[in-house]
Write a protein that binds this ligand. Sequence first.
Ligand SMILES: Nc1ncnc2c1ncn2[C@@H]1O[C@H](COP(=O)(O)OP(=O)(O)OP(=O)(O)O)[C@@H](O)[C@H]1O
Ligand SMILES: [Mg+2]
Length: 1073
Amino acid sequence: MEATTSLLDAAAVGDLVLLDPLTEESLLRTLQERFQRGDIYTYIGSVVISVNPYRSLPIYTPEKVQEYHNCSFFAVKPHIYAIADDAYRSLRDRDQDQCILITGESGAGKTEASKLVMSYVAAVCSKGEEVDKVKEQLLQSNPVLEAFGNAKTIRNDNSSRFGKYMDVEFDFKGQPLGGVISNYLLEKSRIVQHVKSERNFHIFYQLLAGGSAQMLQQLKLRQDCRHYVYLNGESSDLPGVDDAANFRAMQDAMRVIGFSPTEVTALLEVTAVVLKLGNVQLSSSFQASGMESCSIAEPQELQEICELIGLDPGILEQALCTRTVKARNETVHTTLSVPQGYYGRDALAKNIYSRLFDWLVNRINTSIQVKSGNQRKVMGVLDIYGFEIFQDNSFEQFIINYCNEKLQQIFILMTLKEEQEEYIREGIKWTPVEFFDNTIICNLIENSKGGILAMLDEECLRPGVVNEDTFLTKLNQLFATHKHYESRETQNARHIMDASLPPRCFRIHHYAGKVTYNVTGFIEKNNDLLFRDLSQAMWAARHALLHSLFPEGDPQKVSLKLPPTAGFQFKASVATLMKNLYSKNPNYIRCIKPNETKSAMLFTPELVLEQVRYLGLMENVRVRRAGYAFRQLYGSFLGRYKMLNRRTWPRWAGSDREGAEVLLAELPYPPEERAFGHTKIFIRSPHTLFDLERRRQERVVQLATLIQKIFRGWRCRTQYQLMRKSQIIISAWFRGNAQKNKYKQMKRSALLIQAYARGWKSRRLLRELKSQRQRHTAAATIAAYWKGFQVRRAYRRYFRSGASACLANFIYRRLVQKFLVGLEKNLPVSLMDRTWPPPPYKFLANANQELKSIFYRWKCKKYREQLTPQRKALLQAKLCASELFKDKKTLYSKSLQQPFQGEYLGLTQNPKYQKLQAVAKDKLVMADTVRKVNRANGKTVPRLLLLTTKHLVLADPKAAQPKTVLSLEDIRSVSVTRFSDGFLALHLKETSTVGAKGDFLLVSDHLIELVTRLHQTLLEATAQELPLHITDQFSTRFQKGDVAVTIVESPKAGGAVPVCRKRGSHKMEILVH
Ligand SMILES: Nc1ncnc2c1ncn2[C@@H]1O[C@H](COP(=O)(O)OP(=O)(O)OP(=O)(O)O)[C@@H](O)[C@H]1O
Ligand SMILES: [Mg+2]
């Protein structure tokens, strides 16, 4: 097996677990041997040890990526790609969040390792336009952050001066979705001060070297590094580093991430401001009070800064040279001394830069953050500043080393302590392996009650004069007997003379070595205070980015509360980081620095041995050798591998442990390869695990094939069934249709044949019937001739004995019979039909006339019988009218169409006529409106006329009050004209009581009806006919004597309304038309 050959290399094993014998020397020799042949990676189980080669090796090519992609961890040569692949696959296939912890001292190759891991994952995960964009953004965050957060130190030309933890988020398919970067405490003191032969942050050199002349002019910068105080006034080109090219790469990276040109310009402007702040020189002067004060020595630089940030130079000058102190509602301006001024200026530069760096990280996060809320898996890559020991170590080193101490603690906890504890807990036979537990050092630093950081915070918050001496004294008292703490005082107390311990220093025995820290600056750096005047000045700037970096500068938001100290913040963020790391499956890369001179191929055994010791690699190997490479809860184990045994697949009915036992019993592994704990199964060697995985993969492929087979079979079957069903339906329809057509055809043929057959039969029958009829006719003719012959013979016999009268009588009767029958059929239908069939023979003419009159009378009788009494009365009235007026008065013919209504006033309906109704009672014959002619002048007035069976009443239409009541007996006669007018004269008897005024001349619209009804009523009442004169001239009697009335036909008269004209006192003319 290749795995064995690559790891069991006789000269230098790839996995130190296989080292025999296991000693420090053999371990060191193996590492050196491998390093010398270019194998910089070595395993301890699944932990990768990486020795910095300080030269580029041809082991990161795309071919190598392919080689390690989906490989078996131990089947190929140890490589960082193998651990990256393992972590990625666990994340994708086992749904486990991963973290990759890269540790080692400064310059050991952590940042390079983290980049290699990221680039590997980016290369192997799936491709696509969107995915490539995300990958590119994630990878391009490195050059930007390195430009602003890395610097050359004595130990490393590209030393990370900030801690970085990057969570890369994936979807369930393992496609990268985005990420989140967390940064930890930037070493900002480097901005204002760095030791010779080191450099400030790369960005300053990159900007000056790579910025175009126009850009530098815009940023008011000079290309010469020596001009800038913060760059130590020296030009510092790094051999092998092209700052200008890096600047271009950094700009390209920003573009890829999504920075807008405005954002880039703003970022560079603020960077330029920081650089230029270092050149602001202060000079001392004395105030009138004798107090020392400072002022700007050369206003040019300040002027340019203010132009860049859009601020009044006066404001910045005042903020730099004076300080506002608020005490009891009083604001006092105090001048600053030159050192105080410089202190403020440097604090401002540090603050601007560190806040700018935080903004940068946030801005990158905005671009790379995952937008959708899908469930994600996370791979965290931790690249934090390495453990470092300098000549002069300050607060920053203290913090950096504390962080490394915590990471070592994680490593110890997870690989050494927890592992051993777990064996004991699970009841596995175990001989404990001794190791150094650094919890005691972590406690010394971070203990919230009496740790160094807590003491420092306490000192910072203490009222009164605070300085580092009191802080150190406190530490000396507290940790006088602590094994890992030393200072001149504690050593003296222990009667130890230690010349390497200068005053104002303390030393901590870190896991990686002893570091002496100088307390000078601890309090100031921990407080990290910026004069409020300066933050307010920055807030007042018109430069949007700079303005946004100093929100506390808003005078509205002035807070007297002290911000949390740098140490406190760092401790809290480290605690969060640890919690995050604990929640993920760890993968370790332990970087080792082979020499101090950054030289390729140089392996300094002493230096490496020191690292091997403090990294606890020996203990790691021992635990690994004695322990088990893999453990898992029985349930999960069974769930993952149950397909390897027929009894456990697809379901195991017993307990999980029994299942695991059954499963492993049938696999060809020696018994020492496995151990059964209380809750977990332990597998000793990774080979066994990889073999298990390999078998699982093969089985999964088989099972997938089986499922595929069954599914395909099912799919084909279903499709076949469907096709069959469809085919049956189609053929059924088709056959049905064919049969229907055939049937129609047959039916048509049958009908045709039937028709022919029936036709033939019918014609035969017809022929038969015709011949039958001919026979009958012939027979009848013969019979007729025969009967005729017999009749003639009989007739001849009877003729002479008076048969003629008998015959004539017979014929006469037959004719009459025929006439009457014919008449019956042609009788007129209605009474008005006057047509009558003429007599067929003359001798029937009288009878026909007689029959006609009988028939009409009978018809009239029938008509009369069906009449109602009302209709009968009406017809009688009409008959009477015809007798009176027909052919005598022109108006008569017009009145024929009008029915006689009698009641035209509506007496019963109209309550107004109540009184008249009382007069009429039930005896009312007619009620109408008439016009009465004034006897004096011939003019007419309307009157209501009521004719009852006894009286004729004239009433006033308005009052509906009877005016004249005439008894019918008083009426002598009536005169009317020949024309079509409604005029009538009512002649009264002389005896009449009401007739004092004389006769009445009236005009009525219903004259014919009125006169007819009057005539009928009078006849009924008095049995006398009403004398009616239809005349052109008559005499009428008025109160003042008789008047001769002449009817004159004149066109002036209008229709039925005549015009009466009085001519003298005894003549009157009635104009009618
Ligand atoms: N795998 C490698 N191949 C080639 N050169 C390497 C490799 N790893 C590291 N180096 C070299 O070592 C230098 C330092 O490495 P790196 O910056 O990764 O150290 P570091 O551990 O991150 O240090 P620090 O803690 O100071 O940030 C790199 O600039 C590079 O020249
Ligand atoms: Mg680094």
